[in-house]
Design a protein around this ligand. Structure first.
Ligand code: CMP
Length: 145
């Protein structure tokens, strides 16, 4: 079934954005919405609030507000798990050893600057799409009558 997910091209990969969008399209995703934005530290904190309190949180916020990002709403069947699979493990260095063809292995920098984000669940995808596209109308999943 077709579902949506939120992808982010992060500041360390922004120069490869056109190439990454080509890969996304060739991987069978439709790009439903797209927005290039430089997050304030407050916005980056808000987006990553589930990581608040972790050791890496302050540097994650600094990184994610250090330059422009591109937020994309992607759609295809099983978009959430498929996109996560395509980007690969969070840590770019480890990804290069275990999943050398994944997008983070190819385009990321280190354990934090990992080029791309993907929603980890349906609930996260709904929240994250709303975060970047608050005015968009998201059609409800039809329910039986
Ligand atoms: P992302 O999938 O966007 O979700 C949280 C982000 O925090 C993650 O990608 C990395 O950019 C960053 N991150 C996660 N774990 C660590 C870590 N151990 N050290 C530094 N940054 C991390």
């Amino acid at each position: 079934y077709v579902e949506r997910t939120l992808a982010i091209i992060k500041p360390d990969a922004i120069n490869r954005a056109d190439h990454l969008e080509d890969i996304i399209l060739k991987s069978g995703f439709a790009i439903l919405q797209k927005r290039r934005v430089t997050l304030t530290p407050e916005q980056a904190s808000d987006f990553y609030v589930e990581h608040y309190g972790k050791l890496f949180f302050p540097s994650l916020v600094a990184y994610m507000s250090s330059g422009p990002v591109i937020a994309l709403v992607l759609a295809r069947d099983h978009a959430i798990s498929y996109w996560r699979e395509l980007i690969g493990p969070t840590n770019t260095i480890k990804a290069r050893q275990t999943h050398p063809d994944c997008l983070r292995a190819l385009y990321g920098t280190d354990d934090q600057r990992n080029a791309l984000h993907g929603s980890d669940s349906f609930t996260s995808s709904e929240r994250e799409i709303r975060f970047f596209f608050p005015d968009s109308i998201i059609e409800p999943v039809p329910v039986g009558q």
